[in-house]
Unconditional design. Structure first.
Lengths: 298, 265
């Protein structure tokens, strides 16, 4: 279990985290979403014990996380970050040898299985590898000791689509075997795909903490219509409206959060309707609209 | 091979060790080969006696140039090696502390079940080992070239004493910078402190003997506790070992206390 209780972290006068509280139960897969600078990496850094808190406490498996004692909790914890710097002068094989010597138990089978899955370049110096290949090594390192809790900070940045899918499969398998995963990501479809819960962060504070399916409901629908009637107005609940006039009429694109029946009534009222496209999954739009609506209320 | 931070660090720095060891071999061979010329020339005597007293400290006592142990102690161990070793110590100490943190590799290590204290101590042990291997280059250089140079003979025990104290002063210089790096995480601070200690020690020891107002401060120079010529004439003064060892130990303890608690970027 991961728990943050009223955590504040200040760097000088800047509050990178402002009274953040969250609780992640054993077996949950939680996505952590926010723009750059929202405080995601700072939150993860406090959980890992890389940095201390200015106020509040962080707990892992019921034990307080502090920089001086965090290593004791790392025996059951895996970690990977998108910008993780691995020892450049070692080959991946040497790095895994080093890493496995730091952990308890024999993880050879897990190492071999992960190597087959991700196919990393084991015998080249890590410093000479591409970002994607380095990221494969970081991900294997996070899972290789079969930890109970896995913390991932932008884990798929740099991975090609096939490796992203291989990673998501691994997360699904970990979910099935009861692992706890806390994962920050810019890719909302990825988060919605594998996470049971999504936490949205902005300016060092949590602004939403919802089940993944609730986020989809909050997202509404992305609607685009093309009509020959230039005076067409969007429905009253529409947000993010963009209008593009052309010689045969106008195209309207907006996000609609109302009910399907309301949308249906509005569509029926549109004159000279030429085309319509309704997208069920618009997480990027949801993220943007949630973010912007919170910004307006702050 | 990669069982610990200590072994990993030695492996990471293998080319650094090779290069510096080779450099110390070359320097030792060069200084040994100059001995006959330095022993026989009278021109240097005339030149030095006409120098201002403050500058005479840069050359050393001319009487020391007549026998090989005191020549090599004054010209290699007393002047050149501490300065060169100081530069090496700063480069190595920064490489093991702040450079790794700046690259982000320190976070990667700290994400493993390795305590901050263990990480720091193993890196410091690697620093001491690298310096020990490098100073072996001095022994190899002198022992290999002395038989080929007229009059260049030195007892092995004298040479070992000189090299042991060289290692200790190197470790002390290195530990100050290393400790500053781990304690603060700031390369600028660690570098500045390291340079201040080395250059300050050099200035105090070189000019302190002949400039009145500096002589009172000479004991604050770390080089004051490495009297190479005295070691060549007599032996190691254990009090000097205690002083240098204490400086290194106190620096290390402060680093452990502060590094355990601070944020790692």
């Amino acid at each position: 279990m991961i728990q943050l209780k009223h955590v504040t972290k200040k760097f000088g006068s800047l509050a990178a985290l402002d009274d953040v509280s969250l609780k992640i139960q054993q077996g949950e897969i939680v996505g952590f979403v926010g723009a750059n600078g929202a405080g995601k990496t700072t939150t993860i850094s406090t959980i890992m014990g890389f940095i201390g808190t200015t106020a509040g406490t962080v707990e892992l498996q019921g034990q307080k996380v502090e920089p001086q004692t965090a290593h004791r909790l790392h025996t059951s914890l895996g970690y990977a970050a998108g910008d993780m710097e691995l020892p450049a002068r070692l080959t991946a094989r040497q790095y895994f040898s080093f890493l496995l010597h730091q952990s308890q138990g024999d993880h050879t089978k897990q190492y071999e299985a992960l190597s087959r899955r991700f196919k990393p370049q084991l015998d080249k110096k890590i410093g000479t590898l591409s970002r994607g290949n380095k990221q494969k090594i970081a991900l294997i390192a996070a899972f290789v000791t079969d930890p109970d809790i896995i913390i991932l900070d932008e884990p798929t940045s740099g991975l090609d689509p096939m490796m992203q899918e291989a990673f998501l499969d691994l997360v699904r398998e970990s979910k099935a075997s009861g692992k706890t995963i806390f994962m920050s990501s810019h890719y909302l479809t990825e988060v919605a795909d594998v996470c049971s819960r999504v936490i949205l962060m902005r300016d060092g504070a949590i602004i939403e903490d919802v089940k993944a399916h609730q986020l989809l409901e909050k997202s509404g629908k992305s609607v685009t219509i093309i009509t020959g009637y230039r005076a067409t107005r969007p429905p009253k609940d529409a947000i993010d409206v963009t209008t593009d006039a052309h010689k045969n009429g106008v195209s309207l694109t907006f996000v609609f959060k109302g009910s399907a029946a309301e949308l249906q009534r509005w569509v029926a009222s549109v004159k000279q309707l030429q085309d319509i496209e309704i997208s069920e999954y618009n997480l990027e739009g949801a993220f943007k609209s949630l973010y912007e609506s919170e910004e307006k209320t702050v | 091979m990669m069982r610990s931070v200590y072994l990993k660090t030695l492996y990471d720095k293998r080319w650094f060790v090779f290069g510096w060891t080779l450099g110390f071999v070359a320097l030792s061979v060069l200084m040994t080969s100059f001995f006959p010329a330095m022993r026989q020339t009278g021109a240097l005597d005339a030149l030095v006696t006409n120098m201002p007293p403050a500058l005479q400290g840069l050359i050393g006592n001319l009487g020391d140039l007549k026998s090989f142990p005191t020549y090599i102690a004054s010209q290699l161990f007393d002047i050149r090696v501490p300065l060169i070793a100081g530069v090496m110590a700063i480069i190595l100490a920064l490489g093991l502390s702040t450079a790794e943190e700046e690259r982000g590799e320190l976070r990667t290590l700290l994400s493993l079940p390795i305590s901050r204290t263990k990480l720091l101590i193993e890196k410091w042990l690697a620093l001491g080992t690298i310096m020990a291997i490098s100073t072996l280059g001095i022994i190899i250089g002198i022992l290999a070239s002395a038989p080929l140079v007229d009059g260049a003979s030195i007892e092995l025990s004298t040479l070992l004493h000189l090299v042991a104290m060289t290692w200790l002063i190197m470790v002390t210089f290195g530990t100050v910078t290393f400790a500053a790096g781990f304690a603060s995480g700031s390369r600028a601070f660690a570098n500045t402190l390291g340079v201040l200690v080395i250059i300050g020690s050099f200035i105090l020891s070189t000019f302190g003997q002949s400039v009145d107002w500096l002589s009172d401060f000479e004991k604050f120079s770390l080089l004051h506790y490495f009297p190479a010529v005295e070691i060549a004439k007599n032996s190691i003064d254990f009090n000097n070992v205690v002083v240098l060892g204490t400086v290194a130990a106190v620096s290390l303890i402060i680093a452990v206390i502060l590094f355990r608690r601070r944020d790692v970027a």
